[in-house]
Write a protein that binds this ligand. Structure first.
Ligand SMILES: Nc1ncnc2c1ncn2[C@@H]1O[C@H](COP(=O)(O)OP(=O)(O)OP(=O)(O)O)[C@@H](O)[C@H]1O
Length: 283
């Protein structure tokens, strides 16, 4: 469904994507993780055809630069930052619905589930809504249609906890019919949704893990983590995982149960700057 071959993107002289090869098939749900500036948003913008780039980008065999309308017709997209649209909310919903061939009422219904009363804000300019309200509306536009491909860039970042939960419930209802790419800083939040984790660092893919659904309930992984320096926050985060540390508290060892593996990696992804080595060995 998605094919990237030797994808590279340079802004002025800075190489931001550096030879990315990635194939995402039908039904795959990818968590795109990585620290700030790793290149996640740039990769997503290349997928949407917003940037000219080197290498190959194909969505269902189509080139998003040359066949932009056809490609965007397939994608429900939630951006990280809302566009500064002056259009009133009602008009934006009508416009988006017409563009995606869906019923505006479907969009309003999803917004309602997320706690956004569209009728009450119909005449307000989109740009004047709060950050969370904008996010809810953008999610409603992406989910209130039959897109087979959902691309979401930090979609839950501005949502309150209740809306966050409903949003993930809504996505869970699409597991059977949609291929997803969700960029997130919180792998623990998306781990129950995804079946593949792609981690980026400095414009490259540094981890590509498809095995989430193969991991048996009984699998146990021996884990060893080496830190560059000790930080109390790390020790606190490992509380409850039953890890032992050496005297300097730089080398940590323990066992991680198979089904907890993604949640554990999500936890570790918050400490990428601190970890110098991490191994998970199937026992
Ligand atoms: N339009 C642009 N012009 C110049 N540099 C850019 C532009 N967009 C992104 N960059 C640079 O590209 C690098 C990757 O940025 P990108 O937004 O893709 O990272 P990210 O992984 O999405 O980060 P975050 O988690 O902070 O959203 C950064 O160094 C950023 O400064």
């Amino acid at each position: 469904m998605i094919l990237l071959q030797n994808l590279a993107k340079t802004f002025r002289r800075a190489r931001v994507l550096n030879g990315i090869d990635l194939a995402v098939g039908l039904g795959e749900r990818v968590a795109l993780i990585g620290s700030n500036g790793a290149g996640k948003t740039t990769l997503i913008r290349c997928l949407l055809g917003e940037y000219a780039c080197d290498g190959t980008v194909r969505i269902d065999g189509l080139d998003p630069r040359r066949q932009r309308t056809a490609v965007l017709g397939k994608i429900g997209f939630v951006p990280q930052l809302p566009p500064p649209l002056r259009m009133p909310v009602g008009q934006l919903i009508e416009f988006s619905a017409a563009l995606c061939g869906t019923d505006p009422a479907r969009i309003a219904a999803v917004a309602g589930r997320l706690g956004l009363d569209v009728e009450a804000i119909r005449t307000r300019q989109f740009v004047r809504l709060s950050g969370g309200m904008k996010q809810k509306l953008l999610i409603a536009i992406a989910l209130g249609r039959d897109a087979r491909l959902l691309i979401m860039d930090e979609p839950a970042a501005n949502l309150d906890p209740e809306a966050r939960k409903i949003f993930f419930d809504l996505l869970a209802q699409r597991l059977e019919d949609a291929t997803m790419i969700i960029s997130s800083h919180r792998l623990d939040e998306v781990s129950s949704l995804v079946n593949r984790v792609v981690e980026m660092d400095m414009g490259r893919v540094v981890l590509d893990d498809k095995v989430a659904e193969d991991v048996a309930l009984t699998d146990v992984f021996a884990c060893r983590i080496v830190l560059k320096r000790f930080e109390p926050a790390f020790a606190k985060a490992l509380d409850g995982w039953n890890f032992d540390a050496d005297a300097e508290r730089l080398v940590w060892q323990g066992a991680v149960a198979g089904p907890d593996r993604l949640r554990f990696l999500g936890l570790m992804s918050r400490y990428t700057g601190l970890v110098s080595d991490l191994s998970l060995m199937e026992g």
